[in-house]
Write a protein that binds this ligand. Sequence first.
Ligand code: GLA
Length: 723
Amino acid sequence: MIIYDGKHHVFKLDTPNTSYLCGLADEKYLGHIYYGRKLGDTDLGYLLRTEERPQPPSQLLREKAGFFDCYPMEYSFGGTGDFRESCVEAASESGQKGLELTYVSHEIYEGKKALEGLPATWGGECDTLEITLEDAVTGLKAVLSYTAFRDVDAIARSVRIINDGKENLILLRALSACLDMDQEDYELLTLPGSWARERHIQRRDIGYGAVSVESLRGISSHQDHPFFALVSRGCTETSGEAYGMNLVYSGNFLGKVFRNQFDQIRAVMGIHPGHFSWKLAPGESFQAPEAVLVYSDGGLGKMTRSFHKLYRNHLIRGVWRDRERPVLINNWEATYFNFDTEKLLSIAREAAKNGIEMLVMDDGWFGHRESDNSSLGDWFVNEKKLPGGLPRLAEEVNKLGMKLGIWLEPEMISEDSELYKAHPDWALQLKDRSPVQCREQLVLDLSRPEVADYIYEQIRAVLSSANIEYVKWDMNRPLADVGNAVLPPDRQGEISHRYVLAVYRMQERLISDFPELLLENCSSGGGRFDPGMLYYSPQIWCSDDTDAIERLAVQEGTQLIYPLSCIGAHVSACPNDITGRTVPFETRGIVALAGTFGYELDITRIPEEDRKQISGQVELYKKYHPLIREGEYYRIASWRENHEFDCYMVVAPDRSKALLTFVQVLAGVNRRSRKIRLQGLDEDGYYRVDGKVYQGRTLMCAGFLVEGLRGDFRARLIEIERV
Ligand code: GLA
């Protein structure tokens, strides 16, 4: 629900358990008042502290800068006295940049509008407030949009910048959200990583000055994640406060948290202003992406469950959202580039016998690609490897009762390709500089519509040529050389964002042309695992690191915001290709069950005792997938923190059953059992666990004993069922 208290000039947005308030100072500067537990009152304007020194400009004109520099801005602007981080900056034709945004009007309506060209949360169970602010000198308008969801504790924010003046403006930054709060001993939680080690949870103090999460790689990246949370000191899974902010965007981003001289915090998030500008002629507008905010007063776990619910109910789309996903086998780690139809079919035959439902042919089936140095852009089948092409492969795979999926990397071009010979200028490049290779490939300049359209038509033809039911859309390098010979100098800063818009457009076309297709995004593992991509694909490959133990931390960080139903997780062979570690096959299966399940190995060559376990693992997946897909997630323990074991559970929405995953990473000494306190059960209900019946309250307060396992890297799945 959203209301406007006209007497006190306060806007109040309510979700089931939270309230968000902003309001106007006398001079019509829109200020942030409150975000937290649900409140009844609206008369909270005193929190803007306009009576405190420095006084507002109308009362003490000389102190305008002093006022701006501490007023809790709802959408910050700079150049006129607020020396903290600005959300919006624009240069007029004079080259000058100052702005002063004041309230003009607002509108409250039911539902939510789509964001043109951009992924965003959707759904009818919500209300939206749009507040228009204006800079009287340039005519720049900022339309701040806030959606409060009725069924989940989340608020979606976005901003549209309009040039309502008479001159051209160059927009130099247009961030999506700003949260000005008091520093009440919050810590900062972020999700940094690297290739094969994505999204590891990190917590630190918030000292004076700024700390940021950011990417200028053209993708949301392995290294930083477009997410941060301000959490109360000592906030645990079950207690404390957490404010999470996640950007629904897949390109360059900036999230910055700044603590100033007055112990105020400003937290902002949006498209990174580096490498960004956007020319706005009079009458034109720019849509900034959406940032999603979640507040929890019940620790990190409650924040997590709100994000999961929001993404499951209001972000992920398509027929596969609620469907059981086929168990797949992918040939990448099995063969790398070295395969042909026969090899693939030998894998498929053995896989089919063991209950696996889909073969995914990974990189290396097109052009003359035998390693990563050629053929990207040449989306025609290599008949030497695959005689009869995709139709024959699909027929043979289908005959085995399996589906066929394929790998594509549509955003790239190899110098050694037919496409590059024909269109060398289609790669992103800077004038007079030779193109920068990365993984021996260049990036296609998708900001040019003719390039994006050509590639889209190529992949459409591939997918129409045979019965292909799944696509792994990969993207294996960051963007460098961000320039082209097509756009004028004052539009070169638009290329990174135009690129992202083009990727979104291509994927939107793909899922509307092939509505039954199961699309999985990927970027050298989890380099573009973000809410933007989730709007197009219901699952994303989480990490190239398939080692079950390393995966525990990657999956834990990913699960902090993203539902298990969208996390691509596979069992691979040991010793693991990346870590060299050997983990029992059973444990590998149990860890991969916390996501969309599959195999990434040569099933014809693994030890017989491992192969024998596959059909049992597939059965477990079939049994538990609805729970994993729809259940509520509770993190019980993290081996990152305790260095011994990992434990999490999923609980059915009606609390009738749950599944506990326990992984003993390192065996302890003198430890015959470990006490685990369960979460999320019905306190008064009775549950059967390991053959014994306990009251829910007992399991959650007193705990349950998991018998000690002998050895390292051992795991158990424990079923909990209401009696
Ligand atoms: C990326 C992906 C892998 C695999 C290779 C193929 O690294 O993350 O899963 O598809 O590309 O080149």
